[in-house]
Write a protein that binds this ligand. Structure first.
Ligand SMILES: Nc1ncnc2c1ncn2[C@@H]1O[C@H](COP(=O)(O)OP(=O)(O)OP(=O)(O)O)[C@@H](O)[C@H]1O
Length: 265
């Protein structure tokens, strides 16, 4: 059985916008799933359903073997195991210092003493936020706020991380730092689900890709397969990854899996 399973899930906002339309999807434990699609295709709405903030009106959501019920009490396991990093860190940060912000969720969940100290040290080291710990979050740069937002979610020790556009507005170095965090989390066998418009990153990073359009899933599969499908790319409004474009242009026999491999040819 899959770790996360959506069966024909539909979700409509109160203004009757149908954001998810009969979406079916499975995610295995430890998988790196990328969700791509045009603006408004439903990626954030999908994440908000996966973490339990929204509840679909129809269909079934099964997390780790449990069918999710709309009652908040029945979804405690979901809330403790699935962490959501919002696209905009401003939505997430609220405490008077970075340290208080990062520890808030963990303390709320009952963590204290040495366990809390060890957890804070670990997540602040991973996200390089130690030197920011006494600063008010509103004084940080955008990239620093993003790291603090990730740290706060990691401190709650989720098994699944949903990251909504983790690279949006980041410079090259901050993006590299965020990719390093994702790589470390993957080594820890966390399940990672990201939405992004960075198709080159998706091609190299994801084990599985979901392509969305107008609230529906157009295709699911390995990015190496899906991202060479010109008809799908056209339908979804996506560009072909650069490494594939270059491979075709140069009529290479084999397709390198990364840009680094391409540059070594
Ligand atoms: N709170 C809301 N109330 C009403 N409609 C909403 C709300 N949030 C999103 N929508 C609508 O739901 C649809 C899906 O939006 P969603 O934010 O999930 O898309 P997205 O793929 O994440 O877009 P983007 O790439 O721009 O972040 C859009 O038509 C959007 O206008």
């Amino acid at each position: 059985m899959a770790y996360i399973e959506l069966e024909n899930v539909s979700f409509e906002y109160p203004n009757q916008t149908l954001a998810l339309n009969r979406v079916s999807l499975t995610v295995e434990k430890g998988q790196r799933l990328a969700v791509v699609g045009e603006n408004g295709s439903g990626k954030s709405s999908l994440f908000l359903c996966l973490c339990g903030i929204h509840f679909p009106q129809t269909g079934r959501y099964i997390f780790d073997g449990d069918v999710q019920k709309c009652k908040r009490k029945g979804r405690n396991k979901l809330f403790t195991k699935v962490g959501y990093v919002f696209q905009d860190p401003e939505v997430q940060l609220f405490a008077s210092t970075v340290e208080k912000d990062i520890s808030f969720g963990a303390i709320n969940a009952g963590m204290k003493g040495q366990e809390l100290d060890a957890c804070m040290n670990e997540v602040m080291a991973m996200t390089q936020t130690q030197e920011l710990k006494n600063k008010p979050p509103h004084q940080l740069s955008y990239g620093q706020k993003k790291r603090v937002a990730i740290a706060g979610v990691l401190a709650c020790k989720p098994e699944v991380l949903l990251l909504d556009e983790p690279f949006a507005w980041l410079d090259a170095q901050q993006k590299k730092n965020t990719i390093q965090i994702l790589d470390q989390l993957h080594q820890q066998e966390k399940t990672l689900v990201i939405s992004t418009h960075d198709i080159n990153f998706v091609y190299e990073w994801a084990d599985k890709l979901v392509v969305m359009k107008e609230g529906q899933i157009l295709a699911t599969g390995h990015p190496h397969e899906l991202l060479k499908d010109e008809a799908l790319l056209e339908q979804a409004g996506l560009e072909m990854p650069l490494v594939l474009q270059l491979t075709r242009k140069l009529s290479l026999d084999s397709t390198p899996e990364t840009m680094e491999a391409f540059l070594k040819i």
